[in-house]
Design a protein around this ligand. Structure first.
Ligand SMILES: *Cc1c(COP(=O)(O)O)cnc(C)c1O
Length: 390
């Protein structure tokens, strides 16, 4: 039986039961798998027979997680990784050759930026950034060597929305591989493949786990692209631990209810903060004041769990705000049950110049709130109290 609704797919997709008839799937903590005889072993290594051989290649828990993610994203195939960054690195390393060029949105995860700027040159891979406000010019930035178009939407931390249909049309026209990091939306809110993406990447560490426990990454896409990525990964070894795969697969069972509530809390907080005299600006994709409100409504089911606010007074008041927070956590994660506040200008983006920060929408007084699942009144109270005390 196949199910249509993502809630059901995420709960009812399950590894085949063992002879014990367990209800909840076991953790397959095993490095390798045994063969009945020499012929079975030969056929398995020759890939005439599809089965588990070694957990660096495949494992039943990883397979279950990947299967669920393929159903949720509407993808043919996928592979799971130890972290989001290993999914990103392996995808690029598998698909790119020396001399290739990547066209990427400027607003991307900091470590992905470092991968492009510090490590790609070692392998003679170049990149160009485009500004999301400058989509008209993007086509002029495509070179004969351009192989990949790379974006995140919504972006971190500015919550800008990129038009995935427009970008996928451009990718088709120029024969590029269109890769979307869908970490901030999750497949519950946005399925980039539906809008024409070729590969969708996730840091499963964030909302997919959603409880700040394990790290993981995943890439999904067409059979042929994923096979290329898988072949690279099975040799180089960024395998996801079966225990983490089990944890993440269980987390997906509650993805829909968690993300619904995250978004409900985030919207309520965003609306409340729009009225606050100490807040210069609130950005949340599902607020009518968001510059891409209509596009967000078209592409996403709900607005996500990230709210950014701009407060008066720049760097100093940003830091003072964090110090005045009592309940919310100051930590380098997002998409947790616990609300997390951060001040990008003095932390994650502290090494960038003021101009570089501004080009990705990070002002000195910008606060990022990863809205959690606490009662929304408690979240609002903590943030409002901190605003009064800065
Ligand atoms: C966290 C994050 C990553 C990296 O994932 P890890 O699991 O930390 O390696 C990549 N992209 C985005 C958008 C992220 O937020």
């Amino acid at each position: 039986m196949t199910y249509i609704h993502p809630e059901t797919q995420a709960i009812r997709t399950q590894t085949e039961r063992s002879q014990h008839q367990e209800h909840s799937v076991p953790v397959y903590l095993t490095s390798s798998f045994v063969f009945d005889d020499a012929e079975e072993m030969r056929a398995s290594f020759a890939e005439e027979k599809q089965r588990n051989i070694y957990s660096r290649y495949t494992n039943p828990n990883n397979h279950e997680l990947v299967q669920k993610m393929c159903l949720l994203e509407g993808a043919e195939a996928g592979h799971a990784f130890a972290t989001g960054m290993s999914a990103i690195f392996s995808t690029f390393a598998a698909l790119l050759d020396s001399g290739d060029h990547v066209l990427s949105a400027r607003s991307i995860f900091g470590n992905t930026h470092t991968l492009f700027t510090k490590y790609f040159p070692k392998w003679n891979i170049s990149h160009t950034y485009f500004d999301i406000n400058d989509l008209d010019r993007i086509e002029t930035l495509i070179q004969p060597e351009t192989k990949v178009l790379y974006v995140e939407s919504p972006t971190n931390p500015a919550t800008d929305i990129l038009d995935l249909t427009l970008l996928s049309t451009l990718s088709r026209k120029h024969n590029l591989i269109f890769i979307v990091d869908n970490c901030f939306a999750t497949p519950y809110l946005q399925q980039p493949i539906k809008w024409g993406a070729d590969v969708v990447i996730h840091s499963a560490t964030k909302l997919l786990d959603g409880q700040g426990r394990v790290m993981g990454g995943i890439a999904v896409g067409s059979e042929s692209i994923i096979d290329t990525i898988y072949r690279f990964a099975r040799i180089t070894g960024p395998a996801l631990s079966p225990f983490n795969a089990w944890t993440l697969s269980k987390s997906l069972e509650t993805l829909a209810v968690r993300v619904e509530k995250h978004c409900e809390n985030a919207l309520a907080l965003a609306k409340q903060l729009e009225k606050h005299p100490r807040v210069k600006q609130v950005r949340y994709p599902f607020l009518p004041s968001h510059p891409q409100f209509e596009l967000a409504q078209k592409q996403m089911k709900l607005g996500g769990n990230i709210v950014t606010i701009e407060i008066e007074g720049g760097l100093e008041s940003g830091r003072a705000f964090l110090n005045a927070i009592e309940m919310c956590s100051l930590t380098a994660n997002l998409g947790d049950t616990r609300t997390i506040v951060s001040h990008p200008a003095s932390t994650t983006h502290g090494k960038l110049s003021v101009e570089e920060r501004q080009s990705v929408g990070i002002t000195d007084g910008l606060i990022r709130i990863s809205v959690g699942l606490e009662h929304v009144h408690d979240i609002i109270q903590d943030v409002e109290k901190a605003l009064v005390n800065i």
